[in-house]
Design a protein around this ligand. Structure first.
Ligand code: ZN
Length: 475
């Protein structure tokens, strides 16, 4: 029995798997046996307080990176359902659950069915007619799509830079922080210091000296032994090819400027970690791709299992990415769940990727205006066609069966044909019958009969009580 006590509202088996309760209760009538993900041979001990995390049927459903992302999204939905508190200067502001709670979960306004489109060129299926959140920070599903497209753009920009005879270097900016520092303090200070650095005349002189054309900045948070660690990866683009020695000189010239900019906002750093510049192509793009992929659910599960059993949180052990925090929260590490909420609250609205002014025009003249995250998520694919439609009742069954990723997989396996999905739907509609929403005001027969009897008894009592005073009055 884990000694970790889940906090109210973020707890227990719910977090382990949102639909785990439904799965447990339906265990008897199931045709495909369920196993826990991961290599563990431990049987799932539901009665003993064990937690279902990833659930995989033996024929391999619901596994793979996309299924992992949907599972992680399920955890995010549970964690972010309670709205954040309003900002202190606007205490009356009405706050809502985070948009990730509706993402690919509820039908979009005006749509009557969920549509599945398939693109033969990409070999990918996707949903339409559902709400989406376009949140690169909170939603593993949207983040994967957005970062994949942004990484492609950086790849193109680097190709273009190489064609022009330029080169690139990969810089990492960090500041020192302590375990007790709040994320808001470190993040706000860090971003202000970076803005201040890039506006300094001395920085502009360094830029000119090394022929810097511009930069692409990616913001990344991790959580480790010393608390929150927001840092930035910056891809510097140079007009010529610089040698390793020149890159080292660039770093040596840049470091004092970064140190003094950070000091202005009360932040300190060490020479070893404050700034590091490496000559490398594609590092930012690799980083983005990595962010989009997220951790493998089964690996995260393995990673967290031992600690949870001993009642310890895995937060603080190593540098955990937000998705690793989310996966740990899914394994009932409530402290990681709290950290994930804090991270989403502080990072929402911040740009993950920033191009310095003029760089896009120079390297990507055809796509000078950067698409927003929402545009990337809603982007149409040229060759896609409608593979099939899912009614809202069937969609409820799919959600209960944790089958959102599975439907897409089946469409892809069948190269856009609906046959396998139709079979799958027929099966899960029996295993997970959709909830039939009761008409407003309609009561079940048993409840109605009970009410009628109660009313009759009440009327009988009233009839007996009521005549007394009047009878006394008459007398
Ligand atoms: Zn989303």
């Amino acid at each position: 029995m884990p000694a970790v006590v889940p906090p109210v509202g973020v707890g227990g088996g719910e977090l382990g798997h949102p639909e785990s309760a439904a799965l447990r209760s339906s265990g008897g009538g199931r045709t495909a046996p369920l196993v826990l993900t991961g290599k563990s041979a431990d049987p799932p001990s539901v009665a003993g307080g064990g937690v279902f995390v990833g659930i995989v049927s033996k024929n391999g459903e619901n596994c793979g990176p996309r299924a992992d992302r949907y599972l992680l999204q399920n955890v995010a939905r549970k964690l972010l359902l309670a709205p954040f508190s309003p900002p202190p200067h606007k205490p009356e502001k009405k706050m809502y659950p985070h948009a990730v709670c509706s993402c690919l979960w509820w039908l979009a306004r005006g749509s009557e069915a969920v549509e599945v489109y398939y693109s033969p060129a990409r070999g990918k299926a996707r949903y339409r007619g559902l709400m989406t959140c376009s949140s690169v920070w909170a939603c593993p599903v949207c983040a994967s799509h957005i970062t994949e497209r942004r990484a492609e753009e950086i790849r193109l920009a680097l190709d273009s830079l190489r064609d022009k005879g330029g080169s690139a270097a990969f810089a990492t900016f960090t500041v020192s922080h302590a375990h007790e520092d709040a994320l808001k303090t470190v993040l706000d200070g860090f971003l202000a210091a970076f803005r201040y650095l890039t506006s300094k005349p001395s920085y502009k002189r360094v830029r000119a000296r090394y022929g810097v054309l511009g930069f692409v900045r990616v913001l990344e948070p991790t959580y480790g032994r010393n608390g929150w660690h927001p840092h930035a990866h910056v891809l510097y683009c140079f007009s010529s090819s610089l040698s390793a020695a020149e890159i080292q000189c660039f770093e040596d010239d840049l470091y004092p400027l970064w140190e003094s900019a950070a000091a202005r906002y009360g932040l300190s750093m060490s020479r070893r970690y404050g700034l590091e510049v490496k000559k490398a192509y594609g590092s930012v793009e690799e980083y983005l791709a990595k962010f989009g992929r997220g951790p493998r659910w089964d690996i995260s599960r393995e990673m967290t299992k031992g600690h949870i059993k001993q009642g310890r949180s895995i937060a603080g052990l190593k540098h955990l990415t937000p998705w690793e925090l989310l996966a740990a929260a899914g394994a009932d590490d409530w402290r990681c769940g709290k950290l994930f909420r804090e991270y989403v609250e502080r990072f929402s609205g911040k740009a993950q990727l920033y191009w310095s002014p003029g760089l896009r025009a120079l390297l990507l003249p055809d796509v000078v205006v950067e698409a927003t995250d929402a545009e990337l998520v809603a982007e149409a694919v040229a060759d896609e066609f409608l593979s099939g439609k899912i009614s809202s009742a069937e969609w409820e069954s799919i959600k209960r069966a944790v089958g959102r990723a599975e439907v897409l997989r089946l469409v892809e396996v069948a190269a856009g044909s609906w046959d396998m999905v139709a079979e799958y739907l027929a099966r899960i509609l029996i295993e997970f019958p959709p909830f039939v929403p009761r008409q407003r005001g309609a009561l079940s027969e048993g409840f109605r009969a009970m009410l009628v009897q109660l009313h009759a008894e009440q009327a009988e009592r009233n009839r007996w009580v009521a005549p007394l005073p009047s009878a006394a009055g008459v007398a």
